[in-house]
Design a protein around this ligand. Sequence first.
Ligand code: SF4
Length: 346
Amino acid sequence: MTKTDIKSLTMEDLGQVLGELGMPAYSAKQIFTWLYKKHASDFEQMTNISKSSRRLLSEQFEISTLKILSKKVSQDNTTKYQFLLDDGCTIESVLIPMGRWHTLCVSTQVGCALGCRFCLTGIKGFKRQLGVSEMINQLEGVRSDCPETPVSHIVFMGMGEPFANYDNVMKAIDILTSEHGYQYSAHRITVSTAGLVPQIKRFINESKAHLAVSLNAAYDDARSLLMPVNNTYSIKDIMDAVKDYHRKRKGWITFEYVMIKGINDGIGHAIQFVKLTRDFPCKVNLIPFNRHWGADYEKPDEEHIHAFQEYLLNHNITCMIRTARGEEIEAACGQLGGVKNFEGGD
Ligand code: SF4
């Protein structure tokens, strides 16, 4: 009999399955606490659950983990983990220190179908969706590797388009924010999308986590050149959805903007960006392109980067230039999933 991966279940799902097995509903809370607060790896460790129930659990469920295949630490202490999945595929996660905080950048797919031209993951194409437990176990793997480094923030911004794996990402967020699970505040979780508008609309109503949009150009022609998904959902479609996000959440939205020399780094894009976002508050992360083997693009000149930032700042838009974190270990934005992520897959 194939066992169910217990980390693929939200507490509600687990409660339902336990009920069908004749176990009390409160067992779901106990099990969540053992899995995500005490990091149990065996049902026998769950000593406040009766022996017969522990036996039943181990007959029905497995507690999965991910194997760390490699770990690279850059000079700025950014750490890139490569995890081995059960089917032989590999994924990457990046632990980024930011002062006293640590942010974990989590992958949601093996590869990505959206094919953004500047992104190594996109260039390699799509392999498969990640399951809920495969997302949760990236955090668990990092935690067990360095338990002294608590992860304060989670960003779904690694390999893959999170909203193309919407249901699993929402379930993973449910476990991360569960009172009996990891108990993260939703404000410390960010989901970044390339602009899948129907899912943005669902997310606004279904999640309290923060939204980031990878915009990367203020004009459709440049954006379509960089991101083929723009041919389906234009900048106007995205801005309409984002206005709705602001109306309902009353909060600001983050835009990621990978700057590429000669494509989207001109002041014209900054001027147009200000026009696009005049109806709602936003923050912008300018990310100078990190060179890699998969694209011919170049990083803009410093003066263009600073002129762009200054224009946005002068128009009351919070705008940070994100220094490339972990560039030399290919852990920076757009560099994940380089050479080895499909090895061993079917
Ligand atoms: S930038 Fe994101 S959405 Fe675009 S190809 Fe890369 S992983 Fe996919």
